[in-house]
Design a protein around this ligand. Structure first.
Ligand SMILES: Nc1ncnc2c1ncn2[C@@H]1O[C@H](COP(=O)(O)OP(=O)(O)O)[C@@H](O)[C@H]1O
Ligand SMILES: [Mg+2]
Length: 240
């Protein structure tokens, strides 16, 4: 049996609190992303999912608690340094350059030291549909294709952890299912994934574990089969 060089989870938040101005919106969040796993972060609108990602990726300071990345204390570490440590975030809304072509978007994602052609080649192998649309302006792609482009851009940096906010937002169920098959394949290649969803069902088919947030707190965490009841309760509670 081989012992991993660094057995610490890729990401670990302990008792994280965060505020916008004077208003505290995270009230002590615990979240662990083990190596090689797909973790779904679920919860209704306003639960604090995106804010949790902002703290985890160095874009918003925690007012209390700890952020650990690959076993290293990472409170106050800047987003670009975290990126060098292997974190890659795809923001809500996907963050592709709408006026640039697919090819140009992918080229811009290849950073110094990584061959542009290799980035293109890998992207097209993973997402054949992007290959068919390589010269198309990104703003004219379908929502699902834009999400594929955003994921391809993220993977160009060879991340250890890919973080995706609201992967399925605005997409038809069939496309969402297709995207989650790709997510599962990316995970099988050894990339850990933290994916935020407001509506949960499809992601549970590929997630190793799920964490449910409500009102700035984690209300349940575990393997998907074990959190079904809490999940229903969270969404019923949110709609009232
Ligand atoms: N930039 C901001 N300024 C002030 N309040 C914010 C800001 N962003 C989010 N919030 C508030 O923080 C809470 C959590 O929001 P958010 O993390 O975006 O939730 P989710 O991603 O789960 O929908 C909500 O009450 C929201 O209104
Ligand atoms: Mg959000």
């Amino acid at each position: 049996m081989t012992v991993p060089a660094n057995p610490a989870p890729l990401m670990e938040l302990r008792g994280v609190k965060a505020s916008y101005g004077r208003i505290e919106v995270l009230h002590g969040v615990d979240l662990v992303v083990p190596r090689g796993e797909v973790v779904a972060l679920l919860g209704p609108n306003g639960a604090g999912k995106s804010t949790t990602l902002l703290v985890a990726t160095g874009q918003l300071p925690a007012s209390a608690g700890c952020v650990h990345i690959a076993g290293r204390h990472a409170n106050g570490v800047r987003a670009d340094a975290l990126a060098r440590m292997g974190l890659c975030t795809i923001p809500e809304g996907r963050g592709v350059f709408r006026n640039l072509t697919v090819r140009e978007n992918l080229r811009m994602a290849s950073y110094s030291g990584v061959d542009e052609d290799l980035v293109l080649e890998r992207a097209v192998a993973r997402f054949p549909r992007l290959g068919e649309r390589i010269s198309q302006v990104a703003g004219t792609l379908s929502g699902g294709e834009q999400q594929m482009l955003a994921m391809a851009r993220g993977l160009a940096t060879d991340p250890a952890l890919l973080i995706i906010d609201e992967l399925s937002m605005g997409l038809a169920p069939l496309i969402v299912a297709e995207l989650y098959e790709i997510v599962a394949a990316i995970a099988r290649d050894g990339v850990s994934i933290l994916v935020v969803e407001q509506f949960a069902r499809t992601v549970l088919g590929v997630a190793d574990r799920a964490v449910i947030m409500q009102h700035g707190r984690v209300i349940a965490a575990g393997i998907p089969a074990d959190i079904e009841a809490e999940l229903s309760a969270a969404y019923l509670g949110a709609s009232s």
